[in-house]
Write a protein that binds this ligand. Structure first.
Ligand SMILES: Nc1nc2c(c(=O)[nH]1)N[C@H]1C(S)=C(S)[C@@H](COP(=O)(O)OP(=O)(O)OC[C@H]3O[C@@H](n4cnc5c(N)ncnc54)[C@H](O)[C@@H]3O)O[C@H]1N2
Ligand code: MOO
Length: 399
């Protein structure tokens, strides 16, 4: 048994580098950029009209003109055209290139158009309604930084700079494994002594948030078949996430089998609740990391969120967020276990405030739907007080 802090450090110390790969823009969502992205041209790439109306040369207004003969119409997508006579105007649509010798756009709402001329009904200011070439970003500017997470915002920028194929950090090949003879498939009607599998579906869904599509496997509580199946699984994956079969029961074969398969135990058992019997190791030969989570649903879920997610972040080279929340109630943590407590979050004057979720132990799967994350409280003599800041690991998006 080791302390929570030591266990966390040992897990993160075994981060791995999975390199990088090219993916298409369509499949880049959620991935981590493995290269800096620079603007291939100015943003915007030309002086762009930002209103539908007319383009004029402001000098003509200074000379006293308020009515302008219309020379033609410029639509978005048309090649640039000059204003032939600087005392005329050209109708221009949003997104069209403003003629070189025009410097001001006036929208239709401030004009009367009659007999081929436009008359101003409101005096404009020089330069209005033009998005100046290069005023957002210049060609060669850094627009996206290596290690950024690609969200919808980044996708738009990648598209704009012509990145149909993008270099991203490669993801680990992950296997998720449930164990236990009491478990049946979701579609099945369980017998009175059975339950449906849930952990494997939770883990599958959680990994999909990180764009990982894991291999799924189920192992019966039978040593020989566990050993055979795990042997292959370890060879074919970078990380294996198991749930169940790691505590002291007569059928908890995993710790023994893993060691027989040459997986080096880094630790077994952490002074924490839930998730105390967590077993963690590495098969050096294949460099496969093994997270063997205790089977109680909240134990598996807490350990996934607290350990695996940060191990993955470290492996991908992205920053690990450190979030503190304000306690809304006093909490006493006595004894020797670090507590990972389920909390509900609300926004209180712009800060995250946490109150404990009513729960019934680490088997209480349904409590997780009321949970926004876990606060991590080390044992201490005095109770944690209302208003105290404590570390928080979110398990869902909070906005
Ligand atoms: N003598 C001791 N007994 C136990 C200890 C201990 O220290 N000494 N620790 C307890 C703690 S804490 C936990 S947590 C559990 C962990 O046990 P295992 O990892 O061996 O898990 P199982 O016994 O296989 O399962 C526990 C519980 O969770 C249910 N389960 C398992 N897998 C799934 C799944 N995929 N989906 C849904 N539910 C699952 C399983 O049916 C059990 O009810 O050990 C305590 N015992
Ligand atoms: O520590 Mo076990 O993970 O509660 O219930």
């Amino acid at each position: 048994m080791i302390s929570f802090k030591d266990a966390y450090k040992k897990v993160l110390d075994l981060y791995q580098d999975f390199g990088h790969e090219q993916v298409s823009l369509e499949t880049a969502m959620g991935r981590i950029l493995a290269e800096d992205i620079v603007a291939d041209r100015n943003f915007p790439p030309f002086n762009r009209a930002t209103k539908d109306g007319i383009a004029i040369n402001y000098d003509a207004i200074e000379k006293g003109l308020t009515t302008f003969k219309i020379e033609g119409v410029l639509a978005a997508g048309m090649p640039p055209q000059p204003l032939m006579d600087a005392s005329n105007c050209v109708e221009i649509m949003t997104g069209a290139v403003v003629p070189d010798n025009a410097d001001t756009v006036v929208m239709y709402e401030h004009l009367v158009i009659e007999n081929g001329s436009a008359t101003l009904t409101k005096s404009p200011s020089r330069g209005q309604d033009i998005h100046i070439c290069g005023s957002d970003q210049q060609k060669g500017d850094l627009v996206l930084k290596k290690y950024s997470t690609i969200t919808a915002s980044e996708i738009g920028v990648l598209a704009a700079v012509g990145m149909a194929s993008i270099k991203v950090r490669s993801l680990p090949k992950v296997a998720i494994v449930s164990t236990g003879n009491e478990l049946v498939e979701v579609e099945e009607i369980p017998l009175p002594h059975q339950i449906r599998k849930s952990n494997i579906h939770t883990l599958y869904a959680a990994l999909s948030e990180a764009s990982i599509v894991p291999t799924k496997l189920h192992l019966p509580d039978e040593k020989a078949s566990i050993k055979k199946a795990l042997d292959n699984t370890l060879k074919e994956h970078n990380a294996v996430l198991l749930s169940g079969g790691v505590s002291k029961g007569k059928f908890d074969f995993l710790p023994q089998v893993l060691e027989e398969l040459g997986v080096e135990k880094i630790f077994h058992g952490v002074f924490q609740r839930p998730g105390k019997p967590f077993w963690f190791g590495i098969q050096r030969e294949t460099n496969t990391v093994v997270f063997s989570f205790p089977g109680n649903p909240v134990s598996t879920f807490a350990n996934y969120n607290v350990y695996f997610k940060d191990w993955l972040r470290r492996s991908l080279g992205i920053q690990i967020p450190k979030i503190d929340v304000i306690l809304e109630e006093a909490v006493a943590v006595k004894g020797d276990l670090t507590m990972l407590l389920r909390v509900k979050i609300r926004f209180k004057q712009g800060h995250l405030a946490a109150s404990l979720v009513k729960e019934n132990g680490s088997g209480d799967l349904c409590s997780l739907v009321h949970t926004d994350g876990f606060i991590i409280l080390e044992p201490k003599i005095d109770a944690y007080e209302v208003g105290e800041l404590v570390p928080f690991v979110p398990t869902r998006d909070l906005l």
